[in-house]
Write a protein that binds this ligand. Sequence first.
Ligand SMILES: NC(=O)c1ccc[n+]([C@@H]2O[C@H](COP(=O)([O-])OP(=O)(O)OC[C@H]3O[C@@H](n4cnc5c(N)ncnc54)[C@H](O)[C@@H]3O)[C@@H](O)[C@H]2O)c1
Length: 383
Amino acid sequence: MSGTMSKPTLTVAMIGYQFMGMAHSNAYRQVGRYFDLPCEVRMKTLVGRREDRVRAAADRFGWEGYATDYRAAIDDPEVDIIDIGTPQDSHAEIGIAAAKAGKVVFCEKPMARNLAEAERFIEAVRASGRPSLIWHNYRRVPAIALAHQILQRGELGEIRHWRATYLQDWLVNPQAPRGWHLQKEIAGSGSLGDIGVHITDLAQHLIGPVARVTGFLKTITNERPLPGSGEMAPVDVDDVAMWLAEFANGVTGTFEATRFATGRKNYNRFEVNGSKGSLAFNLERFNELEVYFEDGPAETRGWRTIQATDGCHPFMSAYWPAGHVIGYEHTFINTLKDALTNLTLGQPISPSLEDGLQNQRVLDAVERSAASRTWIEVDSGPT
Ligand SMILES: NC(=O)c1ccc[n+]([C@@H]2O[C@H](COP(=O)([O-])OP(=O)(O)OC[C@H]3O[C@@H](n4cnc5c(N)ncnc54)[C@H](O)[C@@H]3O)[C@@H](O)[C@H]2O)c1
């Protein structure tokens, strides 16, 4: 960390420059404009393997420079944070190298292709003694942060059910190309690790640790055309992941993740039912939280929709007047606001790669359960 007397500067290098590269770059650029941070952010290096492309991306996204090998960023003594926005096959490799060099690691989800790799990754992070971040940005949707507050305050009474679906439809077309998401060697798993991990993280954040699962995985389309050539290639990951769960606190849960739900674009929906009320959220209705409370006269009781855009709602006082909605990119800005603030103040970052590991343990248990057709206990605690 360097900087002036007033505010230290955190210098960042980011690996990967496509979808998440754009989302994170935008957040680094914007976070200090909306929030009064205790630090300055310096976007020093964007890393990608193709020089022409990474140079253009660095210029477009507002990075000072670029590199074609992540080791150059890790070896740079000015860099404080290595932010990993590549597919899963390089998360642990880059993250372990960064942790060994004493860097703070920010990493996209899922943290690794499988549990063994996640365990190697966390060992290096623990040994570094540095904080870490896993980009479970949905925790910072204001309506979801509000749901967290409602649950923390116990307003729903005793919690009985968690019900989550994460539905997309970009694989309905059998001609959709066999990209990296459909290769186990790169992605680790299919819907399970891609979007199932998001509802796993939300479940463990909102309800508590998952104790045991029984899972089912299925591949619907076994081969697809390679991008460019059109030649057919195998798909060796799950297209559909479903599981039942029991949380350590006794709450029951259901989970479904698929990219074959025709018409559903980003239907990350969950519902919580308690003895005194319920709440429900759907990412396609991003600014809203539905709530139901068992109070008042029975005739007028019912579900109502909170528009979580008021200054009293989490993060919203930094943005616009009530009703002036925000969007997907703000989840990354909000995540960074908390992470950079805590990093500067020497406080723990949440969610960290420890949370990533706990999510990975659930994914691993679902895979083992689907293979053995039995209930599997989820490990918890340090390995
Ligand atoms: N938090 C979220 O909501 C969210 C959303 C989408 C993707 N993701 C996660 O982000 C990660 C990246 O996904 P994406 O959609 O941005 O992928 P993408 O295919 O759009 O981009 C991947 C980038 O990584 C680069 N890359 C790949 N291997 C590399 C290597 N070894 N060294 C340097 N660069 C390399 C590619 O050139 C590309 O720039 C994945 O782990 C994915 O699961 C998270």
